[in-house]
Design a protein. Structure first.
Length: 237
């Protein structure tokens, strides 16, 4: 089983240090390193990326980051709640976190043994619903596609072409934005017109801004999506 996680903090050095610890756990896929912004921005990111695990640093600045109460309210609009872990310097925050349904609590500095124990608890308690197939409707024609058979998706105005391993192309009457929101975490947008299945990425060429895929496919990527390219590099190891 592979799990996705999202890290949230106002400290990029801290974010990178936590991400580095996760390199010891090969079945975890980083879906994003988010520098704390407004609560609305964070909630939107969680809704789009749909991580199994959200780890965030509790901030003293209440205008940034997530509040415990907002996490408690997510049950109202999320089909599947992520497993939330809070990082704090203050043990007193633990009581409030537990009262608001936070799954786990870490005191800094974080050590790899603490992370390992917490992830073990997470895997025992959390059963993610990761879809294996997708249904694509074209008028009255329904295609049932295994997600691992999808190499990439390409926007074509208000439709999306889906390129498969068997060389077939299925046209879906949905925008690329729709698939960016609905597809699992291992699909990543690298261009305004392209989403790739990261399991099929074979090479990244930065000077040419090219992403090479299995089955002799080459796609461009843009600087607007450089963060997603970096995540692909960090996760494929």
């Amino acid at each position: 089983m592979q799990y996705s996680f999202l890290l949230i903090s106002n400290d990029t050095i801290f974010l990178n240090s936590i991400a580095k610890l996760f390199e010891h756990f090969q079945n975890y896929f980083c879906s994003g390193l988010l520098v704390s912004g407004s609560e609305a921005e964070i909630l939107e990111t969680i809704c789009i990326k749909k991580p199994n695990l959200v780890i965030f640093q509790n901030l003293k600045d209440k205008d940034k980051g997530l509040s415990f109460s907002s996490i408690n309210e997510m049950h109202q609009f999320l089909d599947v709640m992520p497993y939330f872990i809070v990082i704090s310097d203050e043990r007193e925050d633990a009581i409030e976190a537990i009262q608001n349904g936070i799954s786990d609590f870490w005191i800094t500095p974080l050590q790899i043994s603490t992370l390992g124990k917490s992830l073990f608890r997470f895997e025992k308690l959390y059963t993610p619903r990761v879809p294996q197939n997708i249904c694509i409707k074209s008028y009255s024609d329904y295609h049932f596609i295994n997600l691992m058979d999808i190499i990439y998706l390409k926007a074509d105005n208000n439709t999306t072409d889906i390129f498969l391993r068997n060389n077939n192309i299925i046209t879906a009457y949905k925008t690329l934005k729709h698939f960016e929101i609905t597809l699992p975490f291992y699909f990543s947008r690298i261009h305004k017109s392209h989403i790739v299945n990261v399991h099929h990425v074979s090479r990244i060429h930065f000077s040419k801004s090219k992403c090479y895929l299995n089955f002799n496919q080459v796609l461009p990527f843009t600087s607007n999506y450089r963060e997603n390219i970096d995540l692909i590099l960090n996760n494929i190891r």
